[in-house]
Ligand binder design. Structure first.
Ligand SMILES: Cc1ncc(COP(=O)(O)O)c(C=O)c1O
Length: 471
């Protein structure tokens, strides 16, 4: 591949990489995230004092605030917009119940999640994901008045039709699509150019009511991916439709929260090039970098929503009256859970050790991404250079190299803010246990979330594949 590019072309591209930091990354501070935490300093300290550390602290009011902002951004008087919370981001019962209370629908990706959504009383559930088992599909069919299945393949269409016929049920279905821009995500769904064949096949499946289309792109810091995909879809969908037309287009999740993690400058394309070229030293963090961090340019949800509406009107609503469906996970829940850690040991001014390890994140994420640490006991508006580690027997157990603190002492309580999405579900019992979750409700009351209430293995048959030969 590389041989096909001229040396000049490669140098041009490398030159662009060296400029990278000034394009989509900029130096700055995650001010509003830090302000949010400090506004709640007394309450979070009370949670630490009452229940101990480490703990995941679920702040229900923060979740409602985020849902309300999202719903306002996607409010539309012209046609229905339905929001489905992606359970995979955080299926804790306390979170899911709050989402239900806020009037949001459910997006599930397994039998366990489907069962949870049904038990919590969700009436509109989309069920997507590859390799759904017969057990899972039967559960969806039993509740076909509440569930829409997003088909992942031609084969899944055939299997669902056979099961539906056996159970004498009909069910609404959508088709998950991938397009050229989907990269790794082409594992999911069917390629857009095979859609006409699938629509044709669905006509012969008398128990399946084909209603819509789903696509999903992750980590969207702006609306480009949605707009491009809607444009691609519009051209094909208008040439091929099910008997009752397209009733919905589900544009998936992937909305990136503002004030989230930031990048370490020595790990950007530019940083890596400089160290490879021997201009800066290697290591993490290399000695010759200062510890500033770089923020991603993120489009606010309001303008992102407006761009999606504009594209939806232009490419879809101009010729059909489909509804817009959404599946946000990370955007809604990430700001609503914080990790509280206690400082156990301060070796010297540059190294502190906390009682919680990064098994609570599930992997060594903070070696690669910066998340601000805030010392609730001795906060400051600027960062001090202290490496904060966890309590696991591995040097990769790192929370960060800096902390918003005037000082760090034994017994202090630190916050790793905004860890609501893809954290509790990825946490692992590695060396140390997974810690407790404390719920802070909208009235300011704190309570330990009962372990029995969490998603567990009480329904093992939903996690198993079907017996050999039945697929
Ligand atoms: C189909 C689908 N919908 C929604 C989501 C939620 O994405 P996010 O949490 O980034 O909003 C995902 C995440 O992988 C997904 O695969």
């Amino acid at each position: 591949m590389i041989e096909t590019h001229s040396k000049e072309e490669l140098l041009g591209r490398i030159g662009a990489l060296l400029e990278q930091d000034s394009c989509d990354l900029h130096t700055g501070e995650l001010h509003s995230l830090i302000r949010d935490v400090l506004d709640n300093q007394a309450t979070y300290l009370r949670a630490a004092e009452k229940f101990g550390t480490p703990q995941y602290l679920f702040d229900e009011a923060r979740l409602f605030q985020q849902i309300s902002r999202f719903q306002k951004a996607f409010n539309n008087s012209e046609y229905p917009v339905h929001t489905h919370y992606a359970f995979k981001a955080n299926p804790s019962l306390c979170v899911v119940r709050a989402v239900h209370k806020a009037g949001i629908n459910a997006d599930v990706s397994s039998g366990l999640e489907l069962d949870l959504a049904l038990r919590c009383g969700f009436n509109r559930i989309v069920f997507s994901g590859p390799a759904k088992t017969d057990v899972e599909l039967r559960l969806a069919l039993q509740h076909s008045d509440r569930v829409t299945v997003h088909l992942d393949s031609f084969r899944e269409l055939d299997r669902l039709e056979i099961l539906a016929a056996e159970m004498d049920r009909t069910i609404d279905v959508g088709i998950r699509l991938n397009t050229k821009g989907h990269g790794l995500w082409t594992k999911f769904g069917i390629p857009l150019d095979t859609l006409p064949d699938l629509v044709q096949r669905a006509r012969t499946a008398s128990h399946l009511m084909l209603r819509g289309i789903q696509f999903h792109l992750s980590w969207n810091r702006n609306s480009e991916g949605y707009v491009r995909t809607l444009c691609d879809l519009g051209k094909v969908l208008r040439t091929v439709a099910p008997p009752n037309g397209w009733r919905f287009i589900d544009v998936g999740g992937g909305y990136y929260p503002e004030d989230d993690e930031a990048a370490y400058p020595w790990l950007t394309g530019r940083g890596l090039l400089l160290s490879q070229a021997g201009v800066t030293s290697a290591g993490s963090p290399p000695e010759d970098w200062d510890l500033r961090y770089l923020l991603h340019a993120v489009q606010p949800i309001e303008t992102m929503a407006q761009d999606i509406f504009d594209a939806f009107d232009k490419h879809i609503r101009s010729w059909c009256d489909a509804e817009l469906w959404l599946e946000p996970g990370r955007y809604l829940v990430n700001p609503a859970v914080h990790l509280l850690l206690g400082v156990v040991d301060v070796k010297h001014s540059e190294i502190a050790i906390t009682d919680g390890g990064t098994n609570l994140l599930g992997w060594e994420r903070l070696e690669a991404e910066h998340c601000p640490l805030i010392n609730l006991s001795r906060p400051a508006e600027t960062q001090r250079r202290t490496s904060v580690y966890g309590s696991l027997c591995t040097p990769h157990d790192l929370w960060g190299y800096t902390c918003y603190a005037s000082d760090i002492r034994e017994g202090d309580v630190l916050v790793v803010p905004a860890q609501g999405a893809y954290v509790q579900t990825l946490a692992q019992r590695f060396i140390k246990p997974i810690c407790q979750t404390i719920g802070l409700n909208s009235q300011g009351d704190l309570r330990r979330i009962n372990e029995e209430e969490s998603v567990d293995d009480r329904y093992p048959e939903l996690g198993r594949t079907s017996a050999p030969g039945t697929l």
